[in-house]
Design a protein around this ligand. Structure first.
Ligand SMILES: [Zn+2]
Length: 257
C-alpha cells in the first residue's frame, strides 16, 4: 500500500513538473504562439457610396444617365447646348459646362503637343433615330443594337459627351476602333481627361456592365470631382460601377420603326 501511495505521489509530482514546464516556455515563444492562433480581424469593407437616384434622371444633372436600361425623356433636348471653340468635324454642340471644360482640355493637351479633335458631340433624337433605323435596315435589329444606340438611349443625346478622332478622322483602322487607345490623343485622354471632368464612358472589358464594347474614343463629362474619383479607382472603372447604376443590355423590345 505504501508503495502504491509513493508511486502515486511521484506520478503527481512529475505531472506537476510537466505542467510547470509548459508554462515556463520562453515568453517570446509563448507570445508568438498566441499571436499565431489569434485570428486577425477582417478589415471592415468600405460601404458602397450611395447617391440620390434623382442625380441620374434629372435632366439638369451632369450625371444624367443614358444607357440601354435608362432611356432619356421623350424628345429630350438639353437647354444649354453651345458650340465650344475647339477643332471639330461635325456637330460639336455640348452642354455649357462640358463645352467650357472641353476648351480647357484642348488647350492643356496642345501644351503637351497633342492636338485633340472631336468627330461629333451632341446628337439629337431624330438624328439618332435615322442612324439606328438605317443600321436596322442594313443589318437587322440584333446587329444594329451592337453598333448604335436606340433613339432616346444614347449618351450623345445628353450633350455631355464627345467622340475623339486622330488625324483627319479617316477610317484607317484607328478611328472608332479599339486601337485608338495607342494614338497620341487616346493616350493623353486616358491619362488626363479626368482632370477636366471627362471619363472614358465605355472602358475595356466592361460590356456586361455598360452595355457597350470598349470605346477608347468616347469621353463623357461628369465634373472634375467624380471623374477623378472614378479614374483613381482604375483607368477602366465604369460610371455604372462607381455610381451603382444598372447598365448592360436592353430590357425592352426595340421600338417600332
Ligand atoms: Zn460616342
Amino acid at each position: 500500500m505504501k508503495k502504491v501511495i509513493l508511486f502515486l505521489t511521484v506520478l503527481i509530482v512529475m505531472l506537476g513538473l510537466f505542467a510547470a514546464l509548459e508554462y515556463t516556455q520562453e515568453p517570446a515563444e509563448y507570445l508568438q504562439e498566441t499571436a499565431e492562433t489569434t485570428p486577425t480581424p477582417e478589415p471592415t469593407p468600405e460601404p458602397a457610396p450611395t447617391f440620390d437616384p434623382a442625380l441620374f434622371s434629372d435632366t439638369d444633372s451632369l450625371l444624367i444617365v443614358a444607357n440601354k436600361s435608362h432611356k432619356l425623356p421623350d424628345g429630350y433636348v438639353p437647354a444649354d447646348l453651345v458650340r465650344p471653340n475647339i477643332t471639330c468635324g461635325g456637330d460639336c454642340r455640348m452642354r455649357e459646362p462640358a463645352a467650357r471644360a472641353a476648351e480647357e482640355m484642348f488647350a492643356a493637351a496642345a501644351e503637351d503637343g497633342v492636338y485633340l479633335k472631336i468627330s461629333s458631340a451632341y446628337r439629337g433624337e431624330d438624328y439618332q433615330s435615322a442612324l439606328y433605323w438605317g443600321y436596322v435596315g442594313s443589318y437587322g435589329v440584333e446587329t444594329a443594337d451592337t453598333i448604335s444606340s436606340r433613339p432616346g438611349y444614347s449618351d450623345h443625346q445628353t450633350g455631355l459627351c464627345a467622340d475623339f478622332i486622330e488625324g483627319d478622322g479617316s477610317m484607317n483602322g484607328i478611328n472608332f476602333n479599339p486601337s485608338f487607345e495607342d494614338t497620341a490623343s487616346g493616350t493623353w485622354l486616358r491619362e488626363h481627361a479626368h482632370e477636366y471632368g471627362f471619363i472614358m464612358r465605355y472602358p475595356k472589358d466592361k460590356q456586361d456592365i455598360t452595355g457597350y464594347a470598349y470605346e477608347p474614343w468616347h469621353y463623357r463629362y461628369i465634373g472634375v470631382e467624380y471623374a477623378t474619383a472614378i479614374w483613381e479607382k482604375d483607368v477602366f472603372y465604369s460610371f455604372e460601377e462607381y455610381f451603382g447604376v444598372t447598365g448592360g443590355d436592353y430590357i425592352e423590345e426595340p421600338p417600332l420603326g
